[in-house]
Design a protein. Structure first.
Length: 464
């Protein structure tokens, strides 16, 4: 161990990996033995949510500790202006060795290159699954092989060659399992002889909800294309058979990509063990948001619905976290930056909006801890036709307001729709199939939740 005994932080984040495709979260469709190791030797968070369920905005929130209306990355059309304060900059200034390897997706060149990292090597935009090029400190270089292996190789190399006298903060960001779900040769034949179970809401007809659900263009049967399913469905199938066929093609490739992520997380864990680093390293595995795995008949994310809102979040740190523990208290992606700083013994700047999760990791829930969260998706209608919306999720309820207009944001379509509300009673309706917004029995609940929503909106300083 070096002279500075503060904990190392290994932050592993994949892209679009939903919690319900991890066996430690009770997946019915796959096994993730290496990810499960983190949960078994550490803690699983069951209610970790993102504040805007889409790639770039979630990443910007994690780096800045700010909601998107304050860090400037509301949509996929916005880059992260690196002149603002970020968690790697603060850690670097305070003696941490910092690295970023893999997906960045927050812009390139000028003020959009990563800042605060001693070393960075990133994929251009979404990057390629096979033989990717990567910007190593700004210089584009070709690599041979599969992206998940390469990101792990580079991470291991960086760990091996780091300055041993300093604690490290490494962000290892996988591209997988992002669309178009291209597996490597090693996993290409997994699941070949079996059918993956369909989710409970696979045949959702979008009745009893606001118009937004039916309007979205991310349906398995209609919207997955030949590139997604690696070919056209066989001739002569009925529409129902086409839907089933496309689901199998989609979900198997998605899970094959995850199998490679799982193997590669195992390589990192083994390395920490071999080098005696496991005790003093906080290992986190998460994903930038959740994903629909055929749930509601969909792929993709964006909606405030559970499958897309929930982030997997598992963490191991033997010095403070009891093995096999589960935390039900609410955690948000805006809490990650303060958590890193807390563990590094650095004061959390006042401008950061989240709170450190460290007490929760110790198994304590501080008095007054958040029991509700604010969500907002700005990118009106583009890509998958999802209406712009904001809302509140409490432990029992979810109130969503589809304000349904672009409001001048990038990557949005200026075509306003009729605003509408939805209310779900998650206790009675965990799959969110029946909005009770117009049910007179919930009138008081609606009134109270609206008050809470606007209080929360003001608290996070979203005045628009
Ligand atoms: Ca993503």
């Amino acid at each position: 161990m070096g002279s500075d005994s503060r904990p190392n932080i290994l932050f592993i984040m994949s892209d679009d990996h939903a919690a319900h495709a991890m066996s430690c979260y009770g997946s019915r469709i796959n096994e993730t033995p290496n990810l499960d190791r983190i949960a078994e030797e550490g803690m699983r968070f069951d209610n970790c949510f993102c504040t805007n369920s889409i790639c770039a905005p979630s990443r910007a929130t994690i780096l800045t500790g700010l909601y998107n209306h304050l860090n400037g990355v509301k949509t996929l059309g916005d880059g992260l202006d690196g002149r603002q304060q970020t968690v790697p900059k603060i850690l670097q200034k305070n003696g941490y060795q910092t690295g970023l390897i893999g997906k960045w997706h927050l812009g390139h060149g000028g003020v959009y290159d990563p800042t605060g990292f001693d070393y960075w090597n990133i994929l251009p935009d979404q990057g390629e699954y096979h033989n990717p090029s990567m910007y190593e400190m700004g210089e584009l270089k070709p690599y041979t092989g599969y992206v998940t292996d390469i990101i792990t190789d580079l991470s291991l190399e960086w760990l091996e060659n780091r300055d041993q006298d300093k604690p490290f903060f490494l962000m290892c960001h996988h591209k997988a399992p992002h669309r178009h779900w291209e597996p490597d040769d090693k996993h290409a034949h997994m699941y070949e002889d079996i059918d993956i179970p369909e989710p409970e809401t696979f045949y959702d007809d979008y009745s009893n909800r606001a118009a937004a659900a039916a309007a979205a263009t991310m349906r398995i049967d209609r919207d997955l294309n030949a590139l997604d399913t690696k070919g056209e469905p066989p001739e002569g199938l009925t529409p129902l058979e086409v839907k089933k066929w496309k689901y199998q093609r989609y979900i198997k490739d998605y899970l094959r990509c995850i199998a490679s992520v799982d193997d590669n997380v195992g390589r990192l864990l083994d390395y920490l063990d071999e080098k005696g680093l496991a005790d003093n390293t906080i290992v986190i595995y998460t994903s930038d948001q959740g994903f629909f795995l055929g749930d509601h008949g969909w792929y993709d994310k964006r909606f405030m619905y559970e499958e897309s809102l929930r982030m997997p979040f598992i963490v191991r740190y033997p010095k403070e976290i009891r093995p096999g523990s589960v935390q039900k208290a609410m955690a948000l992606n805006v809490d990650f930056a303060p958590t890193f700083l807390d563990y590094a013994g650095i004061d959390i700047p006042d401008h950061m909006q989240g709170s450190s999760l460290r007490p929760l990791m110790k198994g304590e829930v501080p008095e007054g801890w958040q029991t509700s969260m604010y969500y907002r998706y700005w990118m009106h209608l583009s890509h998958h036709g999802v209406y712009a919306h904001y809302g509140i999720r409490t432990e029992r309820y979810k109130l969503i307001y589809y304000y349904a207009e672009a409001l001048g944001t990038t990557h949005s379509i200026d075509d306003p729709k009729e605003p509408e509300w939805e209310l779900f009673d998650l206790q009675k309706d965990p799959y969110e199939l029946n909005s009770v917004y117009h049910d007179p029995e919930y009138a008081d609940t609606v009134r109270s939740l609206k008050e809470q929503l606007y209080r929360l909106k003001e608290k996070v300083k979203d005045y628009e």
